[in-house]
Design a protein around this ligand. Structure first.
Ligand SMILES: C[S@@+](CC[C@H](N)C(=O)[O-])C[C@H]1O[C@@H](n2cnc3c(N)ncnc32)[C@H](O)[C@@H]1O
Length: 227
């Protein structure tokens, strides 16, 4: 049975204005896009969630922070449709879901200095060495995230996977001149005893897995330029 059918439970999923399909992005040659323009009030601060899955973090977080706009990026088309439909049905107007590869979006499309926070929770660990290049966090992604964040903006990372955590620590150390490492502070979405409150966190918590977290604050502006 197709994943979309199972997710939709027989309903027709309609992303409406809450969904932006990556194929609708302007051609690369026409310049970078400013995702703030996809919201009713583009003047609000923007936070981006990479790998939004079913949109559970955003469903919980966005209504608690109506003064903030949230862009969820999800590369699976089925999950994108499910998450955007979920926002439409609940009329969570400060959320948009973009279906695309987030690493490519930050690298090739997204204008610099637009995001106050980038959330990356329970990202796919790709445990085999030959698949490490598929992990979202790479040296190039760190450079692009630094560019896309506004000064003082934050990259927030949580994982259950010890090897991916070591990878994050290595990247944080290598990019220490550009990001200051701080303690992770739980967002409003987190329920009692939770760290963030995503689907994968709940699944892994039930299995008793440990969690690792950090916040990297954008600094180093004197040495790296924002366009
Ligand atoms: C393990 S799931 C975690 C989902 C959610 N963050 C959670 O904690 O429940 C990882 C999600 O990231 C998405 N994903 C992986 N790589 C991505 C990329 N490069 N761009 C956008 N989404 C990505 C996957 O499709 C999947 O939905």
């Amino acid at each position: 049975m197709a994943m979309s059918y199972v997710l939709a439970r027989g309903r027709t999923l309609r992303p409406g204005v809450y969904g932006i399909d990556g194929s609708e992005l302007p051609p690369f040659e026409s310049g970078r896009v400013d995702p703030r323009q996809w919201f009713d009030d583009g003047c609000r601060p923007l936070e981006i969630e990479i790998g939004a899955g079913k949109g559970t973090f955003l469903v919980q977080q966005a209504p608690k922070r109506p003064e903030v706009n949230y862009l969820g990026i999800e590369k699976s088309s089925d999950l994108y449709r499910y998450a955007a439909d979920r926002m439409r049905r609940r009329r969570i107007d400060n959320v948009r879901i973009l279906r695309t590869d987030a690493a490519e979006f930050v690298r090739f499309w997204c204008r610099g200095g637009v995001a106050r926070v980038i959330h990356l929770y329970f990202s796919d660990p790709w445990p085999k060495k030959r698949h490490h290049k598929r992990r979202v966090i790479q040296d190039q992604t760190m450079i692009e995230i630094h560019r896309v964040l506004c000064p003082g903006g934050e990259l927030r990372l949580v994982t259950d996977h010890a090897d991916l955590w070591a990878w994050y620590e290595d990247h944080a150390a290598r990019h220490a001149s550009f990001f200051e490492r701080r303690r992770f502070v739980c967002p409003e979405a987190a329920g009692e005893g939770e760290i963030v409150g995503t689907n994968f966190e709940r699944k892994y918590r039930a299995e008793g897995r440990p969690f690792f977290s950090m916040t990297l604050v954008r600094g180093g502006d004197e040495v790296r330029r924002t366009d």
